[in-house]
Design a protein around this ligand. Structure first.
Ligand SMILES: Cc1ncc(COP(=O)(O)O)c(C=O)c1O
Length: 415
């Protein structure tokens, strides 16, 4: 029997695990009335308290206390507090996660760190079609003669890439930013570590959407965006994870005063801070951290297993609706059908993906596209409802039926 609107409403009413998904959703601003958001893979929804948090920092911190805020408020503590608040979502201990800098910068820091630890090995293995910034960062390191790059097309090439025994670190995306294919972290890490190399994971498209078990999967290093499913706000700082067995193993690649063992001693020489603290570099972005702290307050209460189940229910429903409502059109599911192999978004292949995405946005269904033909539906487990999925797929179906997505005004590409 095909799913009905009534089934979707029923699915929303059934809330195993978490106290109430509706209550969790109410903690976020609903956005523009009549708009349905499927772009958590790009910028997650805004917690309502973000406004007050920002206002407090501006008024009490900047306008009034000014320099004294560093002593009187918790500005310097935020990189640790935010890291601690999200640690359980990625299966890490609180002490092993910091929120700082961007994913690209953290990727640089950890690639260099891994090269240092693994010397004289100097090969970085990475996926050829990884998110471009991750590749650029590695290319820059190689250009400085600090490493050699070895590309793989697919994780199935890993064993061959590791065979020469010269690999320092393998950098993998947990979830592919186009197809949403999720790698088996435990299996990949076994293979990497058996070859004497380190692993570095980019969790940008899984953290805050699905359960991640860094510790249990023996992950060495990880990074990920704060502004996507984690709802840290536009341009929010990223997170960085270092397994405790490595945290004190070497100097950080960028030795800054915030990572010094005694920041305000202003010593002439650098001494790395203990553990993950050494990966902090400069002054924390206080305003951005204030916005992120609104989401952190919510994440502290979220059970990652329940979150994963909710995400599974939503994205399974979305796929079923695509199958049942849109079978007449050449939309092809490129994300895996099995939730355990899927990340935060659901991707469809469609020749006119860019135009169709813009037509959907025009109708208030906010999705994104990626070249050449991927249509991405970023589902946030805390705010998306099954009923919204139903409504959005009806809009998709109407656009396909009428052909109005082919209107010339949808022809120029959008970000
Ligand atoms: C998988 C992945 N890695 C890294 C980045 C870049 O992150 P940042 O802008 O924080 O450097 C993105 C941005 O979308 C991404 O999708």
């Amino acid at each position: 029997m095909p799913l009905t609107l009534a089934d979707c409403i029923q699915l929303d009413a059934h809330e195993p695990g978490q106290p109430s998904w509706a209550q969790a959703g109410d903690c976020f601003d609903p956005g523009t009335p009549g708009t349905l958001y499927f772009d958590a893979n790009s910028i997650g929804p805004m917690p309502r308290t973000a406004l007050v948090k920002m206002q407090t920092v501006l008024q009490q911190g900047w306008a009034q206390a000014r320099r004294r805020s560093w002593n009187e408020l918790d500005w310097l503590e935020q990189p640790r507090k935010l890291g601690a608040a999200i640690a359980h979502l990625i299966g890490a201990d609180m002490a092993d996660v910091r929120v700082t800098d961007t994913t690209s910068v953290n990727q640089y820091k950890l690639l260099r760190y891994a090269l240092h630890i693994s010397a004289p090995r100097r090969v970085i293995v990475l996926e050829r079609h990884v998110f471009p910034s991750n590749r650029y960062v590695a290319e820059g390191i190689a250009r400085d003669h600090l490493a050699e790059l070895r590309f793989i097309d697919d994780v199935s090439d890993l064993t061959a890439a590791l065979a020469p025994g010269d690999v320092a670190v393998v950098a993998l995306s947990h979830v592919d930013y186009r197809s949403s294919t999720r790698l088996n972290m435990a299996e990949a890490n076994r293979c990497i570590q058996a070859a004497g190399a380190m692993n570095l994971w980019d969790l940008s498209h899984s953290a805050g959407a699905v359960a991640i078990a860094l510790r249990d999967c023996h992950a060495d290093l990880a990074v990920g965006c704060g502004y996507k499913y984690l709802c840290g706000g536009p341009g929010a700082p990223a997170f960085i994870y270092v397994h405790p067995r490595w945290a004190d193993a070497a100097w950080p690649a960028i030795a800054g005063w915030m990572g010094h063992a005694d920041t305000f001693a202003f010593e002439v020489d650098y001494r790395p801070g203990s553990g993950t603290d050494r990966f902090l570099v400069g002054t924390p972005p206080v305003l951005a951290n204030a916005a992120f702290s609104a989401a952190a307050d919510l994440w502290r209460e979220v059970d990652p297993v329940a979150l994963d189940q909710r995400h599974c229910s939503l994205t399974d429903t979305l796929i079923q609706l695509f199958d049942e409502q849109c079978a007449a059109w050449p939309l092809r599911l490129t994300s895996p059908r099995n939730h355990a192999q899927r990340g935060g978004h659901v991707a469809l292949q469609f020749e006119g993906a860019s135009a169709l995405a813009q037509a959907l946005v025009d109708k208030g269904v906010i999705v994104s596209s990626r070249k050449p033909d991927a249509l991405r539906w970023g589902v946030h487990p805390l705010t998306t409802t099954h009923q919204q999925l139903w409504t959005a797929v009806q809009v998709l179906r109407q656009l396909l039926e009428s052909g109005s997505w082919q209107d010339p005004r949808f022809a120029s590409p959008m970000v």
